[in-house]
Ligand binder design. Structure first.
Ligand SMILES: Cc1cc2nc3c(=O)[nH]c(=O)nc-3n(C[C@H](O)[C@H](O)[C@H](O)COP(=O)(O)OP(=O)(O)OC[C@H]3O[C@@H](n4cnc5c(N)ncnc54)[C@H](O)[C@@H]3O)c2cc1C
Length: 383
């Protein structure tokens, strides 16, 4: 017999656990019977999350380090910018997972199943979710299972990946300025791609350094690691040790993920399109969208009505069209962006909080020809 739940959360990662913790105290969902399905049985420190926000925030107790100044570097620009009133905050996933799990486990009406979901479907009055060994039914399902095949198998929306390898290093020489987070350092060889270093320093000899690309294809592990090593040598790091490593690939696409939502199934996290297509930033969006969802659930129950497209989706699409076609121009595009706009304006734009007037100003700092061409291609569906 199928076990029945009020809701199932597919995938207990960042968005799944955060949503479960919010539903646990939700006026309507708090007493509902919930199930989180994820094959993971333990939670490692598998990712470092950074995001910007103004003043105090929901994660402040877990903040590992924060910066008031960011650095942008390329062949044409070397700029340190104060981001006040924003701060760039960093938290480690292990702390986030522990804190969310602790909150969820206080609610015995939320259960866990450590299996892999192989299929789920909305049957109209209920959702059926099959794992390798069981089938569950529920009234509603939230899925954070990202279907890479789906976004790779279509050509209408170009797909780039933000892919990277990061090392937590300790150097024998003091080479870092712990007051500044290096957002993008394009001084590394571009090799016809968009490649940069991302450096988060904790002291003058400790930092997380990530060799990052916005491009179509992944590299071999060796290539990322050799590039970090070369960078450290160039900085004069001397002997160094690696305390931890991390690696990731985040989808960058304007694919309309919400079209897969149904009345009873909502896709969340990266699987729901909550990753900002042009940057890969997702963490703060998970908090924002989940809070919006919490309000939505108080008054509505048809999940297909939750996500609405906006003008930012179109901006993201055009930017990705350009970066996909001219991947070697990333350094130039981001340099122009940071040269002619304040970090505050860029953050507001990426947070989709800017006014149209501000957006026009920002767009005028970009090479107009490339974007007009991308616009025409979209308009007349030219590939
Ligand atoms: C190393 C790394 C660093 C990142 N750093 C940042 C950052 O600094 N700032 C930022 O904003 N974003 C960052 N991101 C992007 C984003 O915030 C994270 O990917 C975030 O974890 C996305 O949350 P999610 O819930 O969508 O996916 P996940 O956290 O990956 O959760 C998905 C869950 O689904 C489970 N799952 C998968 N398949 C199945 C299945 N078939 N059945 C059941 N469960 C399944 C997985 O085990 C996983 O637990 C980073 C990503 C990575 C990988």
């Amino acid at each position: 017999m199928q076990r029945a739940y009020d809701y199932i959360i597919g995938g207990g990662g960042a968005s799944g656990l955060y949503l479960a913790s919010v539903l646990a105290d939700h006026p309507i969902y708090k007493d509902f019977k919930g199930l989180i399905i994820d094959p993971k049985t333990s939670y490692e420190n598998d990712r470092t999350w950074c995001f910007w926000e103004k003043g105090l925030g929901a994660w402040d107790e877990l903040i590992f380090k924060q910066w008031d100044t960011i650095k942008f570097k390329s062949d044409s620009l070397n700029k340190n910018v104060s981001i006040n009133p924003f701060q760039y905050k960093m938290i480690r996933s292990k702390e986030v997972y522990s804190s969310l799990l602790e909150r969820i486990k206080k609610h015995p009406n939320i259960e866990f199943c450590h299996e892999k979901i192989v299929h789920y479907s909305d049957e109209g009055v209920r959702v059926l979710v099959s794992t390798e060994h069981h089938t569950f039914s529920s009234k509603k399902m939230f899925s954070s299972i990202l279907n890479w095949d789906l976004i790779k198998s279509q050509t209408k929306y170009p797909l780039l990946q933000q892919h990277f390898v990061g090392w937590f290093v300790k150097t024998s020489h003091p080479i870092f300025d712990k007051q500044k987070a290096t957002f993008m350092d394009f001084s590394v060889s571009q090799k016809k791609n968009t490649r940069f270093m991302y450096v988060l320093p904790f002291s003058d000899s400790e930092a997380l350094i990530e060799y990052t690309l916005f491009s179509k294809d992944l590299l071999s592990l060796e290539e990322y690691e050799n590039s970090i090593d070369e960078y450290l040598v160039q900085m004069g790091a001397g002997e160094y040790s690696i305390a931890e490593k991390e690696q990731g690939s985040i989808p960058m696409t304007a694919f309309p993920f919400e079209k897969r939502n149904t009345k009873n199934i909502l896709h969340i996290g990266s699987a729901g399109g909550w990753t900002k297509p042009t940057t890969g930033f997702t963490f703060k969006n998970i908090e924002r969208k989940t809070n919006e969802l919490s309000d939505f659930l108080e008054i509505r129950s048809d999940f297909s009505k939750f996500t609405k497209s906006n003008r930012f989706r179109f901006y993201d699409l055009l930017f990705l069209d350009v970066l996909h076609r001219y991947n070697e121009k990333g350094s130039m595009l981001f340099s122009k962006l940071f040269q002619k706009n304040s970090a505050q304006r860029i953050f507001r734009f990426l947070d989709e909080q800017s006014s149209i007037k501000e957006e026009v100003k920002l767009m005028r700092t970009m090479p107009t020809g490339l974007f007009i061409l991308a616009f025409i291609r979209r308009l007349f569906r030219i590939n």
